[in-house]
Design a protein around this ligand. Structure first.
Ligand code: AMP
Ligand code: MG
Length: 520
């Protein structure tokens, strides 16, 4: 049965003494009544803090000393909220694997409040795994320790790689068991996001034909993410363009580190351009455009190489929701003109994406000179390199990293990654000639080039076998492997000896059988 956003009573539970105010400023709750349900987190029987992000707490201007302790555990498990929190379950819809669900919403998440951080950026602070809500459908509203710590590792890795992402502020164990295929320890993740506005948020109100609400949502979104567009007559089209630009940059960054999101449903695509929802995601090992790890992605819809196409498809769904704001439905000629305008934005996406990808690839290839570059030539250079990696099933991350050694004249470590290194010869010669031209056009010396390449080609990514090993230990109560891995992921470009084990690829047999799971 659909949830009517005004019909359900506020669930009030007796709470412990509330915490002192956090300095929340809850604009979503205040400005968008009817877009959410007021709701409370389920109490946890025995909270304990498994992870606390000091650096992020500091960015947010929160009291680290207080939150890192017992009071923090009670807060991060959802038992005691600050006085100024206003927990809400947000409504959204979404296309899941291409099929439309008119009502998804926060089935196991709650936005607790918003805070303007030290740099003046408004950030959402939200729980995930804090119990059932009116949007839970058949789900239990809960989360297990392993998948929530997985969000920590993936989000921190992406952040350290310079990729826009939501981040984990804390993970608290609840002291409760949750039941999946096994009985597992339960946990609540506290997630920080530029916002939780998604393509699916627009789809929810569009599907209900609520044009007034869509308009309110668009105004709110523009004020929050694209304030320069406020008041412009064509702001809805401009919003679409801004989202397309952010997504083009984001997906290009994913592709350049071998990240496979795994569940790019429209409810998992943000308006802010941050990566969100680290469920069945994984990093690629040997380069393979068809790589898929998610156990439920049977058709490869969200395979590595499909990600830019899916992003464009999702943007087309966003465009559809904006059309009623751009024109009156009765005016056929105006509707056609608006369709042509949004279509032009959607059709421009592949070009935006290709430009962002090439910009990243040039840096990865060590091409830094501001002049003397030919797009078609450099695109082909990168494509030929990737084709070589694909043919010989070479580790994507290490291949790029070893290219830096080759830039300094030592191509032995790179050749060692190839079963048939002779195939590399022609490409290497072409690349070296291109680097020489780059140097002549004002690019760096060989040494400097190698150093700069090591600053953009990571050595350490969250290798699937290392992530699983850390999460299995954490589920059994041993957090040490998780902490060691996290430390390595936070310094992805560093060659420190203690991080060396995390740079090693998984055995190919392990990768061949590796599967990730959704909705865990
Ligand atoms: P996700 O695949 O995590 O993006 O979630 C898709 C939808 O399923 C969202 O509406 C979630 O809130 C909901 N969902 C996922 N897991 C659960 C759960 N354990 N209980 C209730 N709802 C859930
Ligand atoms: Mg989601």
């Amino acid at each position: 049965m659909p949830v009517t956003l005004s019909s359900l009573p506020l669930l009030l539970r007796p709470r412990l003494r509330p915490m002192r105010p956090f300095g929340f400023d809850n604009s979503y709750a205040r400005e968008l009544p009817g877009f959410y349900m007021d709701w409370q987190p389920a109490p946890a029987p025995a909270p304990s803090l498994l992870f606390f992000n000091d650096g992020l707490a500091d960015e947010l201007g929160l009291d680290e000393a207080l939150l890192g302790g017992a009071e923090g555990a009670a807060f991060f498990a959802g038992n005691t909220l600050p006085e100024d929190a206003q927990p809400i379950a947000q409504a959204y819809a979404g296309h899941q694997f291409g099929g439309f669900s008119p009502q998804l919403g926060d089935g196991r998440a709650l936005l607790i409040g918003e805070r303007v951080d030290r740099e003046g950026r408004r950030r959402d602070i939200a729980f995930k795994g804090s119990g059932r809500t009116p949007f839970s459908r058949g789900g239990d509203g809960k989360a297990a320790v392993g998948p929530m710590l997985r969000e920590v590792l993936m989000g921190e890795a992406m952040h350290a790689l310079g990729i826009p992402t939501t981040r984990a502020l804390a993970v608290a164990a609840t002291g409760e068991r949750v039941y999946r295929e096994l009985s597992l320890p339960g946990a609540v993740l506290t997630r920080v996001a530029a916002s939780h506005l998604r393509v699916g948020t627009f789809q929810y109100f569009a599907a209900q034909g609520e044009v007034d609400k869509l308009r309110m949502l668009a105004e709110y979104t523009i004020a929050r993410h694209d304030p320069a567009l406020a008041g412009m007559p064509d702001r809805h089209l401009a919003l679409l363009r801004a989202v397309a630009e952010r997504q083009a940059e984001l997906i290009a960054q994913w592709m350049n580190v071998g990240f496979i999101h795994g569940v790019m449903n429209t409810d998992n695509m943000t308006i802010s351009g941050e990566t969100i929802d680290y469920g069945p995601c994984a990093f690629m090992e040997a380069y393979d455009p068809a790589a898929v790890f998610s156990s439920i992605d049977h058709g490869g819809r969200y395979a590595y190489a499909n990600q830019p196409h899916i992003a464009r498809w999702n943007l087309a769904r966003l465009a559809e929701t904006l059309l009623p704001l751009m024109v009156e439905a009765e005016d056929d000629a105006a509707v056609q003109a608006a369709v042509a305008q949004v279509t032009a934005v959607i059709d421009a996406f592949p070009g935006l994406y290709a430009a962002a990808l090439l910009r990243g690839q040039r840096a990865k290839l060590g091409l830094f000179a501001a002049t003397g570059a030919d797009d078609a030539e450099d695109t082909a250079l990168a494509a030929d390199w990737l084709a070589l990696l694909h043919t010989q099933a070479v580790d994507f991350t290490l291949a790029w990293r070893r290219l830096a050694d080759a830039a300094e004249g030592d191509d032995a470590p790179l050749r060692a990654l190839f079963a048939e290194p002779s195939a590399l010869g022609t490409w290497l010669a072409g690349w070296q000639a291109r680097c020489a031209r780059d140097a002549a056009a004002g690019g760096p010396s060989a040494r400097e080039r190698a150093a700069r390449m090591r600053g953009v080609n990571p050595l350490t990514i969250p290798r699937n076998h290392r992530v699983e090993e850390a999460l299995a230990a954490a589920t059994e109560g041993d957090l040490a492997p998780f902490q060691r891995l996290l430390a390595a992921l936070r310094q992805p470009y560093d060659e420190a000896p203690e991080f060396a084990p995390y740079a090693e690829p998984a055995p190919a047999a392990v990768t061949a059988c590796y599967q990730t799971f959704c909705g865990t």
